[in-house]
Design a protein. Structure first.
Length: 178
């Protein structure tokens, strides 16, 4: 069994909008049953509907337009991600909340791609709240602060947030409910 701790970044704008958000980065860490990090994955993704990133999005994520211009579109990036996961082996997808999974589902729908591979998923954010008997689930930065853990270099970057989530995942490795 492999645990795929993943995070995604998506297009965003400063003001609320009805514009469709799309994945612009997928970051992930693969952890073995022995609680060892065995690999990592990172890919930028070129959005199909809004290929030009807002200034707000570039500032928030530090992802630059040049990163996106050179990136694969979602179907190709997702194909690489699924190959990296190795869907022939047992795996569980883990993210900080449900939004990351929902965004991947929306992008799969947009590109008419199969999304059944996303079914085996848990929200570490909500389980973290349950394990710690918290009234409310915490955001990732607050959870790290509460756990006395240091955040990796850039919060709001897919690969760094996947590493940040992995720290909490490993701390409670024997307490998650799969």
């Amino acid at each position: 069994m492999n645990y795929i701790i993943f995070d995604r970044e998506a297009t965003c704008w400063k003001n609320k909008t009805d514009r469709k958000r799309e994945v612009i980065e997928i970051g992930a860490v693969k952890i073995s049953e022995q609680a060892k990090m065995i690999d990592q994955f990172n890919a930028f993704v070129k959005p199909a509907i809004h290929p030009i990133l807002s200034d707000f999005c570039q500032e928030l994520t530090t992802i630059q337009q040049s990163d996106i211009d050179q990136a694969d579109h979602f179907p190709e990036a997702l194909h690489r991600f699924k190959n990296w996961i190795n869907l022939n082996e047992k795996y569980i997808l883990c993210s900080w909340g449900f939004y990351d999974k929902k965004q991947l589902e929306q992008d799969c729908d947009l590109h008419q791609l199969d999304k059944r591979w996303l079914a085996n998923h848990i929200s570490l954010k909500h389980q973290h709240a349950t394990v710690n008997k918290l009234k409310r689930a915490m955001g990732l930065a607050n959870a790290h602060k509460n756990e006395n853990l240091n955040l990796e270099v850039m919060h709001h970057r897919g690969i760094d947030d996947a590493k940040n989530i992995s720290k909490i995942f490993l701390k409670y490795f024997d307490r998650w409910k799969f």
